[in-house]
Unconditional design. Structure first.
Length: 226
């Protein structure tokens, strides 16, 4: 490239200007053509990992397909581990975020609520994850779940406040309920979209979840700095 620039200057103003434009056009075209697809790490638990589903039916592969169908060539990396709590996600965050990572989806807390863990602990772990993402200047989509009522109204209120409050504090995108795409107005219809355990969505359920969350993921990708 340096040799080419020297040639441009040696040709004089007129010829150099024309050749310079041609070189600039080539360089820009080369850069666009060889731009790497964005890489998004999906950090989560069994809902992310695709528990109980065949290969290609889980959240990450269906999201990958949805993005491709909607004009994005981003790559979604499955960093979901079944059974993981927010503490587990935090413990493996550093090696999950490779140098190529451009954005982060966080879907953790489901196992915390199933175990009735102290919401303060869940909040602390998620806060640490978001703080590490901030340090990497990674845009984040934080996806929550509503807390159950069986641990009492105070527990539920504390748990439900975690996601919106942390999203506001760290400036992340927020999807309050991973399961929102299943629809909550008709419990019978929602049950048909779940696996037999009543906890994990079946392939059609995942498809609806992805359709609901997909636009948020596109919004996340739009936040990636060039």
């Amino acid at each position: 490239m340096v040799t080419a620039l020297r040639l441009v200057f040696s040709l004089g103003y007129g010829a150099g200007r024309c050749l310079g434009k041609a070189l600039l056009t080539f360089a820009l075209s080369f850069g666009v053509a060889h731009a790497e697809p964005l890489s998004v790490v999906a950090l989560g638990d069994s809902l992310t990992a695709g528990y109980g589903l065949a290969e290609g039916e889980g959240f990450v592969p269906q999201l990958q397909q949805w993005l491709a169908a909607n004009g994005s060539d981003a790559t979604v990396v499955n960093a979901g581990v079944s059974g993981d709590t927010t503490a587990g996600g935090l413990a493996r965050l550093d090696w999950s975020l490779t140098p190529e990572t451009d954005a982060l989806i966080v879907t953790l807390g489901g196992n915390d609520l199933l175990r009735g863990l102290d919401p303060a602990v869940t909040r602390s772990n998620l806060e640490a994850i978001l703080t590490k993402a901030d340090a990497r200047k990674l845009p984040v989509l934080l996806i929550g779940l509503p807390g159950p009522a069986n641990f009492g109204p105070d527990w539920k209120a504390q748990f439900d406040a975690i996601y919106p409050e942390l999203a506001a504090k760290h400036g992340t995108l927020l999807a309050p309920n991973f399961m929102a795409g299943l629809g909550g107005d008709d419990p019978a219809a929602a049950r048909r979209l779940m696996q037999a355990d009543g906890i994990h969505p079946n392939p059609e359920g995942v498809k609806r979840i992805v359709a609901d969350l997909g636009p948020k993921v596109l919004e996340l990708l739009a936040r990636v700095q060039p």
